[in-house]
Design a protein around this ligand. Structure first.
Ligand SMILES: [Zn+2]
Ligand SMILES: [Zn+2]
Length: 496
C-alpha cells in the first residue's frame, strides 16, 4: 500500500556488484576497447583510481573514449512533455532532463510487460546499464518525494530504488553534451579519474569523444589524475580550492599542493624587512577554532604558534604575522566583493572600478607585493587582472601599456605558482598578445611607430602567441579550436 505508482520496491532489489567484480568489469572494458592503457584499482581512502600501464610523454594522448550513453530533451516524446509540464507546475528537486536521463536508463526487463505509458520510454542494453550502475553514487539512495511523484504522474511502474540510483548516478557523473536540445552524456572509463590540484592529465572533447592527454610525464604505475576545477582556479589558494571542491564535489582534497607546508599561492611581502617573500600555510588561521567550518576542512594539526619564517628575519614575531594575516584578509575580502559584483553583471567595469578603487587596489598591491614587485599572491594577481581590464577599457596608449604591465604581473604569478602546463597561462599569454596587437595598431594610427620598432613589436607579439600555442597544442592537440585560434593570430602577424 502507499505505493500507487511503482511496483513493490526495496533497496536490495538494485543489483549490487562486489568491488572485485566491478574492477574486473572496468579493467576488461579497458582491455578490449582502450588497449589496456589504464588499470583500475580500489583504494581505502579514495575509492576507485586509475593507474597508467605504460609511460606517457607530455602532450601524448592516453586514450580516446566514445560516450556510453546520451540523453537529450525530446519534445516529440509525449512522456517527456508530460514530465516537463509536471516540473513546470510543481516544485520538484531537479530539472526535467535529470529525471528524463534516469527514465531513459532502464533496460527492457526493468519495465513492465505489456502495454502502458512505459512503451514510450527509450531503453538501454543490459551491459550499458551494468556499466552505468558502477559509476559513483551516494551511499544511500532512498527515493525522494520528487522521484516518487515523477513515477506516479507518468504512471511508470518500475523499481523506485533503481530509479533513484540511476538519477543520482546521472547527477554525479554526467557531462554536458549539447545545448539545443539540451543533452547530457556519460562516459565509462572517464568517470573514474580522480582529482588533483597538480594533475598529470587533462581532458578535452574531440567531437563527441573524450580525449585524455598527459600534461606531465607519466610513468608506468602512476595514478592518472585530472582537475575537477577550472585551470584558473588551480592558481587560487589551497583553502579556496578545498572549499570549492567540498561544496561542489563533496570531498576534501589531499593532493600534494593542498597538504604542503606552504601555499605557493599565498606569498606575502614580509612586513618586517619588506623585501623577502614569505609563504603562508595551506590552512586559515581561524580554521582550528571556527565552529561553522565543516570539520572535514579543519587542519588536522597546526604547527605550534603557526610559525611563519622569513629568510631575512627568521621566525616572525606574532604581531608582525598578525598584521600580515590582516592585510591578506582585507585584500581577499575586497577582491572577492569586487569579483562578485562583476559576476552579477549589473555594473559596468568602469562603474564598478572607480579611480578610488584603482588607488585602493594599488595600495593593497604595494603592501602585499611591494611597488611594481612580483606578485606571489592569488588575490594580488586578481587585483592585477582587474587593473588590467580597467586600463584596457580606458583605451588610450599610456593606459594600454599600463594594462599590459598588470597582465605581465599576473602572468609571472601564474608561472611561478604553477610551473607545469596550465591552460590559464596559455590564455593569459593569448590575452597579452591581443593587447600587444592593440598597442601596436594604436601606435601606427598615431604615427609613432617607426620601421625598426615595427619589426621588433611584431617579433614580441609573435613570441607571446607562440608561447601560448606551445602550451595549448600540448594540452589540447594541434587541431583543437583553442590552438587553431592562436594559429590564426600568428598567421596574421606573419602576413604583415
Ligand atoms: Zn588539492
Ligand atoms: Zn623579513
Amino acid at each position: 500500500m502507499g505505493n500507487p505508482s511503482g511496483i513493490e520496491s526495496r533497496a536490495e532489489d538494485v543489483p549490487l556488484v562486489s568491488v572485485d567484480e566491478a574492477l574486473r568489469i572496468i579493467n576488461s572494458y579497458c582491455e578490449t576497447t582502450l588497449e589496456g592503457c589504464l588499470e583500475c584499482r580500489d583504494t581505502p581512502d579514495k575509492g576507485k583510481v586509475l593507474h597508467a600501464t605504460k609511460p606517457v610523454k607530455v602532450g601524448d594522448v592516453i586514450l580516446r573514449e566514445d560516450l556510453m550513453h546520451l540523453v537529450q530533451e525530446d519534445e516529440n516524446n509525449p512522456l517527456f512533455r508530460k514530465l516537463k509540464k509536471l516540473c513546470d507546475d510543481e516544485q520538484l528537486d531537479y530539472d526535467p532532463l535529470w529525471f528524463w536521463c534516469a527514465l531513459c536508463s532502464f533496460t527492457n526487463s526493468d519495465l513492465p510487460v505489456g502495454d502502458g505509458p512505459h512503451v514510450e520510454l527509450p531503453t538501454i542494453g543490459k551491459v550499458n546499464q551494468q556499466r552505468l550502475l558502477l559509476l559513483y553514487k551516494p551511499q544511500v539512495c532512498t527515493p525522494s518525494e520528487s522521484s516518487l511523484r515523477v513515477l506516479e504522474v507518468l504512471e511508470i511502474r518500475v523499481n523506485q530504488h533503481l530509479f533513484e540510483v540511476l538519477l543520482q548516478i546521472w547527477i554525479h557523473n554526467c557531462f554536458e553534451h549539447s545545448e539545443s536540445p539540451l543533452g547530457y552524456s556519460t562516459y565509462f572509463m572517464s568517470s573514474f579519474y580522480s582529482h588533483s590540484c597538480r594533475p598529470n592529465a587533462v581532458w578535452h572533447y574531440e567531437g563527441e569523444r573524450y580525449v585524455l592527454r598527459a600534461r606531465m610525464p607519466i610513468d608506468k604505475g602512476d595514478e592518472v589524475t585530472i582537475t575537477y576545477i577550472a585551470e584558473e582556479a588551480l592558481m587560487a589558494s589551497a583553502v579556496t580550492r578545498k572549499t570549492s571542491l567540498v561544496n561542489t564535489k563533496g570531498f576534501v582534497c589531499t593532493c600534494e599542493r593542498c597538504i604542503a607546508d606552504h601555499d605557493k599561492s599565498r606569498g606575502m611581502l614580509c612586513a618586517k624587512c619588506t623585501s623577502a617573500t614569505v609563504f603562508f600555510p595551506t590552512y586559515m588561521r581561524e580554521d582550528s577554532t571556527n565552529k561553522r567550518l565543516s570539520s572535514r576542512l579543519k587542519p588536522t594539526s597546526i604547527p605550534k604558534s603557526q610559525r611563519i619564517v622569513c629568510e631575512n628575519c627568521g621566525t616572525l614575531p606574532v604581531d608582525v604575522v598578525q598584521t600580515m594575516w590582516n592585510d591578506e584578509k582585507m585584500l581577499v575580502d575586497y577582491i572577492e566583493n569586487l569579483e562578485q559584483q562583476k559576476e552579477e553583471g549589473n555594473q559596468y567595469l568602469q562603474d564598478l572600478v572607480t579611480p578610488e578603487v584603482v588607488e585602493k587596489l594599488k595600495q593593497f598591491l604595494a603592501r602585499i607585493s611591494g611597488r611594481g614587485g612580483a606578485s606571489n599572491h592569488y588575490a594580488a594577481a586578481a587585483a592585477c587582472n582587474l587593473l588590467a581590464e580597467w586600463y584596457q577599457h580606458k583605451g588610450d596608449l599610456p593606459s594600454l601599456k599600463e594594462s599590459l604591465a598588470n597582465q605581465e604581473r599576473r602572468l609571472s604569478f601564474y608561472k611561478r605558482t604553477y610551473p607545469e602546463l596550465n591552460g590559464a597561462v596559455a590564455w593569459a599569454l593569448e590575452d597579452m598578445g591581443d593587447l600587444q596587437v592593440k598597442i601596436r595598431d594604436q601606435m601606427v594610427a598615431e604615427g609613432s611607430e617607426k620601421q625598426a620598432r615595427k619589426s621588433r613589436d611584431d617579433e614580441d607579439i609573435y613570441n607571446t602567441y607562440a608561447q601560448s600555442r606551445v602550451i595549448l597544442s600540448q594540452m589540447f592537440g594541434a587541431d583543437h579550436e583553442y590552438t587553431e585560434r592562436v594559429d590564426d593570430k600568428i598567421a596574421q602577424i606573419k602576413r604583415r
